[in-house]
Design a protein around this ligand. Structure first.
Ligand code: PMT
Length: 395
């Protein structure tokens, strides 16, 4: 398969050192990365670093003799899927907003026939300054995509907007552009992670679901163009920036959050490992240790997915089933019992907390095996399958 080619532009700013990590992640993600630096960027990070990471020579000069026909400003973006400039300094944005082309990178940006994405990075006052805001607005109007900036502590010690987005976030945004917009215009509601059922003020019953699968599904739905609401039990993961995320703890809280969002949802995907029981005789105070046997009374939690799928006009409901034996048989039983058009079966001993997993999709047409792959890839495959079923049913 031919690699996707991306031109990574690096301009002069403290965040230029992060561009090296971004280049590394892009190469690891299977992209063919061509780095073009401005003169100013060379004061912050060396070309040799990028050359070693990408395996390609780095260009800065419009008149570089290494490009055969002297047409570096055109040749370097030939066949490129996108130009990503990270970091994009205030000065570089000003230059682009005015259509100036006085160095290789600005010339490439002006002479391109592919999308241009900028990751602004600068001091917060520079970002907030009216000329920069005018330039940002102009660039957006010109069809340029701005990724960030983020807010936080800056290299100068000040706090505010102007930080470059983290390399992982930039790669995610770039990747998202390449995904087909199969769920464009649809609202997708997703549950993820475990629930936590309190025993007393500090203790509780939970499970080892990490949230990785549910968050990956949320990201894949966003990439497919959906508006995503993610109802998450307690996890250590950073939620996708573009999702509306509602943090909950117990199954009762998850149910309330899902019910509040379900009316508007076109698709509901229950990835969460919801605790089957909650503690009836929960103590408000921390239970003191003594010599007696402690008995916990457990009562069944509401079934969130069944609750939604049994509505008179339910969204398109997708369940997950994690089983340790008779995987397909038990999952199919759950699918039928909960009236689901689709259920995703996975082996609980291999799926929980793992980065990669095999999934078996069970629907009216039968069984579809998604061979072992990382959860992001599986989530994308799952979203493609859901989109196909949804479109067949409703369009
Ligand atoms: O978070 P990770 O570490 O990445 O792990 C992912 C996972 C293994 C937890 C995930 O892939 C998965 O399989 N989730 C479903 C876990 C499960 O076994 O659920 P269940 O069989 O208890 O329930 C079946 C379906 O009903 C699920 O969609 C569940 O979200 C839903 N359900 C269950 C009980 C309940 N009270 N309410 C529900 O909505």
């Amino acid at each position: 398969m031919e690699l996707k080619r991306i031109v990574l532009g690096v301009t002069g700013g403290v965040a230029a050192y992060k561009a090296a990590e971004l280049a590394r992640l892009m190469v690891k993600d299977g992209l063919d990365v061509q780095v073009v630096m401005t003169e100013a960027a060379r004061h912050f990070v060396g070309a040799a670093t990028f050359q070693a990471i990408t395996g390609h020579p780095v260009f800065t000069d419009l008149w570089d003799e290494r490009v055969d026909n002297g047409m570096a400003h055109i040749d370097l973006t030939r066949g490129a899927e996108a130009i990503l400039v990270a970091p994009a300094s205030a000065d570089f944005m000003a230059k682009l907003a005015h259509g100036r082309a006085d160095d290789l990178l600005s010339t490439l940006c002006l002479a391109r026939d592919c999308p241009l994405l900028l990751a602004p990075a600068m001091n917060r006052q520079m970002w907030e300054a009216p000329p920069t805001q005018r330039n940002a607005a102009q660039l957006k109007a010109d069809g340029v995509t701005l990724l960030g900036p983020a807010s936080g502590e800056q290299a100068c010690g000040e706090v505010g907007f102007g930080r470059m987005l983290a390399p992982e976030d930039l790669l995610e945004a770039l990747d998202a552009r390449f995904q087909p917009k199969r769920l464009s215009g649809l609202k997708v509601l997703i549950t993820a992670g475990p629930t936590f059922e309190p025993i007393d003020a500090v203790r509780g019953i939970t499970n080892s679901s990490s949230g990785k699968m549910g968050y990956a599904v949320a990201r894949a739905a966003l990439e497919a163009g959906a508006e995503v609401t993610l109802i998450s039990g307690p996890t250590c993961l950073a939620p996708p920036r573009e999702a509306k995320t509602v943090a909950v703890s117990s199954a009762q809280e998850m149910l309330a959050a899902v019910e509040a969002a379900a009316d508007a949802a076109d698709i509901f995907i229950g990835v969460a490992a919801v605790a089957d029981y909650y503690v009836l005789n929960r103590s408000e105070q921390k239970i003191k240790k003594d010599a007696h046997i402690l008995t916990l009374e457990l009562a069944p939690n509401p079934d969130i997915l069944a609750n939604i799928s049994s509505r008179p006009k339910p969204p398109f409901c997708v369940g997950f089933a994690a089983e340790s034996e008779n995987l397909e048989e038990y999952a199919e039983l759950k699918r039928r019992r909960k009236h689901l058009p689709l259920i995703v079966a996975n082996d609980v001993t291999e799926a929980v907390g793992a980065d990669a997993v095999q999934l078996i999709l069970l629907d009216e047409a039968g069984k579809h095996v998604l061979e072992q792959a990382d959860k992001r890839t599986q989530a994308r495959r799952l979203i493609a399958h859901i989109a196909q079923l949804y479109n067949t049913r409703y369009q």
